[in-house]
Design a protein around this ligand. Sequence first.
Ligand code: COA
Length: 159
Amino acid sequence: MQRIVYPGTFDPMTNGHIDIVHRVERLFGEVVIAVAQGSHKHTLLSLDERVMLAEKLFKAHKHIRVKPFNGLLVDFLKKEKITTIVRGIRNTLDYIQECQLAGMNAKLDSSVETIFLPTKETHTCISSSIVRDVIRKKQDSSAFIPSLVNEYLKNRIYE
Ligand code: COA
């Protein structure tokens, strides 16, 4: 069994992210979902909330683990003794940005490889920031995120 890290801010985790997690679990065997503190983004949900939601979503899957991280992704990988990262690609913009991240990570640590998985066609329009917008405007976002996340966000935002 091979281990792979799926990093992201997951603010919130969408159906697109979930699809990637299940596909890499099938391909590699074990997935560590690395939830970034996300200091580069102003997140809606705290790190603890994002970790808690991911843990609930995957609690029935013993080969899918959730861990928070702060700082450089390559340092997290070293600590976990994992050398492979996976990222989902929705379009050419993602590809350009992800190539840059993959290149930087490989320069920071030459043992690190990044693989890209194309996002499932039905999920290419999904983005966490659009979901946040839709929820803030009290519109239905249940087509983009799991019901557990949808309910949590609604309670959190409408409270
Ligand atoms: N389906 C649908 N949407 C997807 C998707 C998929 N399969 N995969 C990604 N997305 C979307 C998300 O919805 C999100 O949309 P948004 O930009 O509108 O919010 C966007 O793609 C990316 O979000 P996410 O997947 O959560 O990841 P991220 O880009 O926020 O994560 C890190 C970036 C955390 C991996 C990166 O910043 C990092 O490694 N940081 C640590 C610091 C570090 O090491 N820096 C140096 C790296 S070179």
